[in-house]
Design a protein around this ligand. Structure first.
Ligand SMILES: Nc1nc2c(ncn2[C@@H]2O[C@H](COP(=O)(O)OP(=O)(O)O)[C@@H](O)[C@H]2O)c(=O)[nH]1
Ligand SMILES: [Mg+2]
Length: 363
């Protein structure tokens, strides 16, 4: 059996990884290739997995720990996609607050799994606004230690892929690419918009055909890294909601709008808040990527009596405060209009990263 291509598409929370996974998978499938995706989170009940599964893709999930701290879980997921699902290409999305992937994932893969997995260069996705702030010496609207993680992601990249380009003037993206190329001269700097598809073929060409991967290891201070992760409260919750012939499109938009207002009021920086409301194969997905951007939803649903709602929130505050803000917001919308049952509700602050492997030199 020949080696299976594996692409790691990292980057900070909300950078556009899941959207890229979906668009790239679609394009590869149109070329007749079988694609498998691996999602990752610190806890189960993932919006990303539900969304990609709704879109009909083969998804394997590593949860409870990031890829680096559960390398064996990552390998098992990749092996299952390769051997059971017989995919041609695997695209994996690491947790957005994770860095040091070259040392902890790419080098071990190169050393021990070369025969099975044909590793693509490490792609790090970058949201234009957060990248512009970082390039100007700013903190991308984040706590300084979370901003440190963002910089380390860029420093270890083989490819920097600037995302969401259609939202900005072409000249702005050109100058951002030039600035990024000056700041990170070792990386190939590309840009794409996963929704319109512009620039995706160019990225896929490089990701699929370039033979080098994990060309450098960044110097990472694990105390700062651990604190950068710990400033984020993490909440994964799933509920069922009932309401006779309810308009869930409006409910989801109001929920995101209200969450955005409450996080702003409480001065809590949003890493990423996402939700998916599902009824059979119909769904509404919603995103809030920072406190200043407008909440966005995709998909839609005709009025119906019940949904399964999954919420994943990563916000700069304690898990307890995050939980109470989200619970209060839900309660204020549910009131006596709907009934709600909580199926799962996990709040945490990520623990200190403790990678299964860490190479200190490039293989
Ligand atoms: N216009 C536009 N929006 C995007 C693009 N990529 C991601 N987004 C939006 O950015 C938000 C976060 O995207 P997501 O893929 O979930 O980010 P992740 O946290 O890195 O996986 C969602 O609202 C997406 O619709 C893009 O290329 N163009
Ligand atoms: Mg994602």
């Amino acid at each position: 059996m020949k080696a299976t291509k594996i692409i790691l598409a990292g980057g900070f929370l909300g950078a556009g990884k899941t959207t890229l996974l979906w668009s790239a998978a679609q394009r590869l499938m149109q070329k007749g290739l079988k694609v498998g995706l691996i999602t990752n989170d610190q806890a189960p009940e993932l919006v990303d997995s539900a969304l990609l599964t709704q879109k009909g893709l083969t998804v394997s999930e590593v949860n409870g720990s990031c890829f680096c701290c559960n390398f064996n879980g990552f390998i098992q997921a990749a092996q299952a996609l390769r051997e059971k699902s017989q995919v041609d290409v695997i695209i994996a999305e690491p947790v957005g607050s994770c860095t040091d992937l070259s040392a902890t994932i790419l080098q071990p893969l190169k050393k021990h799994w070369r025969e099975q997995l044909d590793l693509a260069p490490l792609t790090v996705l970058a949201d234009p606004i957060r990248l512009a702030s970082t390039l100007s010496g700013g903190s991308a609207g984040l706590h300084k230690d979370a901003a440190y993680i963002y910089r380390k992601q860029l420093e270890e990249s083989d490819i920097i892929l600037i995302t969401k380009t259609k939202k900005y003037a072409p000249d702005y993206i050109v100058s951002l690419k030039e600035r990024a190329a000056r700041a990170y001269p070792f990386a190939t700097v590309l840009s794409a918009d996963s929704i319109s598809g512009k620039g995706l073929d160019e990225w896929m060409e490089v990701a699929l055909h370039r033979k080098d991967a994990g060309l450098r290891i960044a110097a990472v201070d694990y105390d700062v890294y651990a604190h950068g992760e710990a400033v984020l409260g993490w909440l994964n919750g799933t509920l069922t909601l009932q309401g006779k012939s309810a308009d869930w499109n409006t409910f989801c938009s109001e929920l995101l709008g209200e969450l955005s207002a409450r996080f702003t009021q409480a001065s809590c920086t949003v890493g990423h808040v996402k939700l998916i409301a599902e009824n059979g194969n119909r769904y509404i997905a919603g995103n809030l990527t920072d406190s200043s951007s407008r909440p966005a939803t995709t998909g839609s649903m005709e009025s119906c009596d019940e949904i399964r709602l999954t919420i994943n929130a990563r916000v700069e505050t304690s898990p307890e405060n995050l939980s109470s803000i989200v619970k209060d917001t839900l309660d204020s919308l549910v009131k006596d209009k709907y009934s709600a049952q909580t199926l799962a509700w996990r709040c945490l602050s990520p623990g200190r990263p403790n990678p299964t492997y860490r190479f200190d030199a490039v293989c």
